[in-house]
Design a protein around this ligand. Structure first.
Ligand SMILES: [Zn+2]
Length: 288
């Protein structure tokens, strides 16, 4: 039985002399690189036979492959774990798939607003400290300047580092709450337990008493957890900091207390788009 196995091993994996090996004085084939024999003699049932064996470099290569395999497994497990978390982090489309926001990362940034990106990167760099201090960001500026993109860059980096993140909007949350008979506060508590809560597009929600009440409740609950919030809004800092409506002023002043305001200035982005279209038309008109 054992003889058969060894015979097969020799047949399937014969050691042949090549440019990487030489024949030693004992007639066995040796590895030129490490000088260790790639064959050895064994005696089985009184019969001597030559069988392949592993030289030092082959052993090292095997070990390296095992390390690589373990690393691959580790990364796959990490990806699976993160993807599971990510599923709950971003809004879903009608088919229940998470939308393109997972791909809104620093790596995919078009470089149109380096100043804001620098702030976002530094926010992550100091996240442990800022999280302890409960400090978030208020990303304000015109439509299409990349506020949500910036928030997503932060979200995706934190998700990759095993932090829990939820990106949602007040409209979405209050819609959920409206459909609930009970458990509203439990829902809000859960919402406010993420390492980072991102509220996208503050200021577009409908102006109802219930909405205002719940928006304040969410902000207040988050405030009491001491965890950070990032808010994106088309409102200007003046509109937020000196709002004549007392209900809203109460919400906004709490928000200002919890965040550091950053004007996301898309002028670079717009200028770049304008330059691109100018160049395209110019190329069209000046073509031979
Ligand atoms: Zn070798």
């Amino acid at each position: 039985m054992i003889e058969k196995i060894i015979e097969n091993a020799i047949k399937n994996n014969p050691v042949t002399l090549d440019e990487n090996s030489f024949t030693g004085d004992d007639g066995l084939i040796y590895c030129r690189k490490c000088g260790v024999a790639r064959q050895c003699r064994i005696t089985l049932g009184g019969e001597e036979m030559t069988v392949p064996c592993i030289c030092k470099c082959e052993k090292e290569a095997d070990e390296q492959e095992k390390v690589r395999e373990r690393e691959r497994d580790r990364l796959l497990a990490k990806e699976r774990e993160i993807n599971k978390a990510v599923y709950y982090s971003f809004p879903k489309d009608n088919e229940g798939r998470i939308n393109k926001m997972r791909s809104w990362t620093f790596e995919n940034d078009d470089g149109a607003d380096p100043e804001t990106m620098k702030i976002a990167r530094n926010y992550i760099k100091n996240f442990d400290k800022l999280k302890k201090a409960g400090k978030g960001l208020l990303l304000w500026g015109d439509k299409g300047t990349g506020k949500t993109y910036t928030a997503c860059c932060i979200a995706n980096t934190l998700l990759d580092n095993y932090q829990s993140v939820l990106l949602t909007s007040f409209s979405r949350v209050v819609n959920e709450l409206m459909g609930m008979y009970d458990g509203k506060q439990r829902y809000i508590d859960e919402l406010c337990s993420y390492d980072l809560l991102i509220i996208d597009d503050l200021g577009v929600e409908r102006e109802t008493g219930f909405m205002r009440e719940q928006v304040f409740n969410i902000i207040d609950t988050r405030y009491r957890t001491g965890l950070p919030i990032i808010v994106t809004t088309n409102l200007t800092l003046t509109e937020i900091s000196s709002c004549p409506d007392t209900d809203k002023a109460r919400i906004y002043s709490r928000l200002l207390e919890m965040t550091f305001p950053v004007e996301v200035n898309g002028s670079d982005r717009r200028k770049q788009a304008a330059r691109k279209s100018y160049n395209e038309i110019r190329a069209m008109l000046t073509a031979d």
